[in-house]
Design a protein around this ligand. Sequence first.
Ligand code: NAP
Length: 266
Amino acid sequence: MTNIDLTGKKALVTGGSQGIGAGICRALAACGADVFINYNTNKEKAEKLAEEIRNEYGINTSIGKANVADSTEVKNMFIAMDTNIGNIDILINNAGTESVRHVLDLDEAEWDRVLNINLKGPLLCSQQAGRRMEKNGKGVIINISSIHDTVPRKGLIHYCSAKAGLKMFSKCLSLELAESNIRVVSVAPGAITTEMNQEEIAKFGVEKFEKWIPQGKIGQVSDIAQSVAFLASDMASYIHGTDLYIDGGYMNNTIQYDPRPPRKSK
Ligand code: NAP
């Protein structure tokens, strides 16, 4: 068995400034890849992360601002990647956002914002990356979805719809890009401790999540990042067009109010 080796590969991670994206940047760099870290608002965090992983892993890294929902900014970001890092081998469409709204209170602007970042962003970035990868004759695109691409949830109609769209987007993309030797995989995290869900975890309390999740624990960024590094590597060369749910079994336990039958004896 060999270790995951991404030496010489060049990766772009959207939303790499914090949370799962930052963890993915670290994991890819630890496996030897050069990393372009995309941020939207958080330049300082992106700069700090770049410096940290450059010092720790001695790889080439660079940062670039782009709102993934803006085609001009995305185009310019890929040009910056060409210049500062080189030909892209790995794209991780990780940037995402959510908000909690009852469907009857959800205004058009918020629907558009959530759909544009979570779904249109991966399209714009995959087009830029796909054209380059087609020329190189190889590549890997990994889309970070959510268990909510399958599991509906009150208050998240816009987010669930975007992630369900992203799941199908990944499948269609995998059909179209296979002939160019570009692999596409979707990764669907469950509840992972990051800035995005801090408030939600605090609202319900960690204990509730521990009861809901069959493994009895909330996931960590590294749980997602390590799997993404594996999926980006040649070790996963036959994994294509599928979804990997990484959730401690959460998805299989969506009827959260069911009491667990106590064990009579062990
Ligand atoms: P997070 O901590 O809130 O980080 C979100 C990242 O996305 C930030 O780096 C942010 O960049 C970036 N971003 C937001 N809008 C952007 C835009 N318009 N253009 C470019 N970047 C943008 O979130 P996270 O928990 O790490 O989530 C990462 C991904 O995992 C998301 O796709 C999310 O839906 C998915 N996910 C997370 C969980 C979870 O439990 N945490 C579960 C399932 C799925 P700036 O800070 O620079 O603006």
